[in-house]
Ligand binder design. Structure first.
Ligand code: NDP
Length: 245
């Protein structure tokens, strides 16, 4: 029997490169998977490709109203959420000179507001029931900053402030809140980068390779397990040694 048997896991952006690995791993550990989509065609194909049962709900995580509807649908169809992985995220890069208000607000809404919008629906219920796990997916670029990513770095750094603050509020209620900050992971997006540029990226990673989505998923599965219960308010880096602090 998996360690997450009987648990309902909400993974935002579960149809993406890292999200898919997270859903697959949590499902293998016994959790019932609920995820969100924006692109219906992609979502239907994704669901058909998976070998576990899942519920997939249209939701813009940048919209509080959408997230309220998400909660209503999950609670009426399935029950209460035990685990949240706030994984949905986008980039809209540009040097600060070329950064505009649209790129700024889209990235802040999808990567940072989303964490409030989604978590606010479920955290009180978790605290009342005395158990819950919340994992927020940040990035190495939220820890060290990145040229062309003032918006993304700000959102991803802000997200860990959220984790630390909420972790303190719910610690006594059996709810943990943590941040996971991946480095470069071999998702389709990164693998689509020309090999020459990819090799330059890899040269900056002490372990000498890209991370695997499954490695990020395994870390999240541990944080979600009962054994992860003493870890809260942490920012766990999984970046092959590219940034240490
Ligand atoms: P992908 O681009 O592969 O997937 C992103 C997912 O987020 C998709 O499922 C997408 O759904 C969903 N999404 C985007 N916008 C919204 C929205 N407004 N509302 C709901 N869902 C939305 O990303 P990755 O798997 O590469 O990244 C996952 C997380 O990991 C992100 O937070 C990213 O910042 C972070 N990260 C990734 C790294 C990497 O190397 N790949 C490195 C460090 C951090 P749809 O396609 O339907 O729009």
């Amino acid at each position: 029997m998996g360690t997450l048997e009987g648990k309902i896991a909400l993974v935002t952006g579960g149809t993406g490169g890292i999200g898919t690995a997270i859903c697959q791993r949590l499902a293998a550990d016994g959790a019932r998977i609920v995820t969100t989509y924006m692109n219906q065609e992609k979502a239907e194909k994704w669901q058909a490709d998976q070998d576990f049962e899942s519920t997939i709900i249209r939701c813009d995580v940048g919209s509080y109203e959408d997230c309220e509807r998400l909660r209503e649908q999950i609670e009426s169809e399935l029950g209460h959420v035990d685990l949240i992985v706030n994984n949905a995220g986008i980039t809209r890069d540009g040097s600060f000179k070329k950064m505009n208000a649209d790129k700024w607000s889209q990235v802040i809404a999808t990567n940072l507001d989303s964490v409030f919008n989604v978590t606010h629906q479920f955290a009180n219920g978790m605290a009342e029931r005395g158990h819950g796990r919340i994992v927020n997916i940040s990035s190495i670029n939220g820890q060290k900053g990145q040229f062309g990513q003032t918006n993304y770095s700000a959102a991803k750094a802000g997200l860990h402030g959220f984790s630390m603050a909420l972790a303190q509020e719910v610690a006594r209620k059996g709810v943990t809140v943590n941040t996971v900050s991946p480095g470069y992971i071999a998702t389709e997006m990164v693998m689509a980068v020309p090999e020459e540029i990819r090799d330059k990226i890899i040269a900056q990673i002490p372990v000498g390779r890209l991370g695997k989505p499954e490695e990020i998923a395994a870390l999240i599965a541990f944080l979600c397990s009962d054994e992860g219960g003493f870890i809260t308010g942490a920012n766990l880096a999984a970046n092959g040694g590219q940034h240490m602090h």
